[in-house]
Design a protein around this ligand. Sequence first.
Ligand code: C2E
Ligand code: MG
Ligand code: MG
Length: 497
Amino acid sequence: MKNKNTHYIVFCTVFVCGIVASLMPWELSPLWVFSLLALGLSFYTKKFLLNYYAILESINKRIEIDELTGLFSRYQIQQELNQLIVTSHAQDKKLAALVLDLDHFKTINDAFGHKIGDKLLVNVAQRLMSVCPKQAVVGYLGGDAFLVLLALDHDQDKPYLVTLSKNVIDHVSQSYLVDELTLNIGCSIGVAVYPEFGLDAATLMKNADMAVYRAKSAGRATYYFYDGEMGRQFARNVRIETRLRQALRNESLEVHFQPKVDLLTERCVGMEALLRWNDDELGCVSPAEFIPIAEQTGIILPLGEWVFEQTFRHILEWQEQGIIVPPIAINCSAAQLKRSDFLTKLVALLEKYQIDPSLLEVEVTESILIEDATICAELLNEMSQIGIRLAIDDFGTGYSSLSYLKDLPFHYVKIDQVFIRDIVHDKSHAALTNAIISLSHSLHLKVIAEGITSLEQLALLREYGCDIGQGYLFSKALGADSLASDPMIVALNQQAL
Ligand code: C2E
Ligand code: MG
Ligand code: MG
């Protein structure tokens, strides 16, 4: 308000002075009037400029310093990085960029609100400052991410950065007292070092980001250093993601079916639907590689629906050709089961293709049970009630909590192929397999062994009383067209006659 009125006061003063001067008895030359006006104007201009510079300074400060955390802002820390690159280049020194990202910060915001979240960020910023070396430049990138820049002396190499990263994680991950609440938060760090892994600010930041992303996917609360391999892997993953979206649109994926065999009678008792993708540019890509990418990017949702629909379409076609089809197992990722409309859509699809639910088995891994046990238990019970059979896949590789087997309505346990692979030569794998089989039987569950490739493995599994087997010894996954002529399916159909 004061600033706004200054020019009125100045002009009024000059105007009044002019009037007074013209009313004076002495003769006033125009030079006097102009001098007075000039004086007034220069006074006003000075005031105006002072205000202008003060405002400019405060705006600049706001651009340079983040108001919330008091650290360098995103804009300024990038300027600092540019500057440090220039000096590091001139002094032939290395420079480290550490991106720190808080783990599950969203949970704090969701649970306690943004005000508490903001206060926590301030605390984290202070703790980060206190644990970083004096020469470090620290900035806030926004959200839950911070950037630490460190010009390295010649004797400060990777081990120094490893110790620093561990130290930062340790300190930042301690509890915080915010508004009488004790909050716990972890963090992950990604490091990229100039000049090996980025010659300019943008590349260095991108690579540190990639490393932190890697740290997050490796389970969080850890650090990763960017290296060339990570860059190549990332580029391939991005390529796979793009091509996979396209493959889904063009329907250039296929579902193949691998028979499951009763180990006593050696008859086909089921099949597992497995995705196959032969891309024009990437060649054959294994589901072991593209399914995790589909899961991370959300493609798994339309892809999973497509697998169900495609499998049901094949079942219908085989039935129309008069072929007897054994139950078919479909793999389901956690993200699919977490959708509230999962079962409604599945039931609608079963009805659309007139498929009996008893012809469907769903394979889930343990990860879903750990993430959301209660919701998952409800869903599995509903699925079981409508006649869908359930299998716990890759058993033995995850947490393998026995309570899942006791409390949830599973029908099958699939022992992961890593155990079967070494079962003949590795006594501990043999003992574990034997124990899983006995335990599952005592809980009235059937056991399927994955990845049987030799007669020796088969003999041992029979000895342990394993019920069902799957593996290259019996058959690889077959395309839908070749299935009808497969000896195992032919035998299944002859037996029914
Ligand atoms: P999985 O569900 O455990 O499937 C068994 C894997 O073992 C399949 O690999 C199968 O081809 C392979 N296999 C079977 N017998 C043998 C054998 O004797 N030796 C060896 N070395 N391997 C054998 P695949 O097809 O590469 O699939 C890998 C994983 O990708 C699957 O593991 C499953 O977790 C996932 N996957 C495949 N299709 C789908 C899908 O439609 N949806 C979802 N969500 N996941 C899928
Ligand atoms: Mg499976
Ligand atoms: Mg498996």
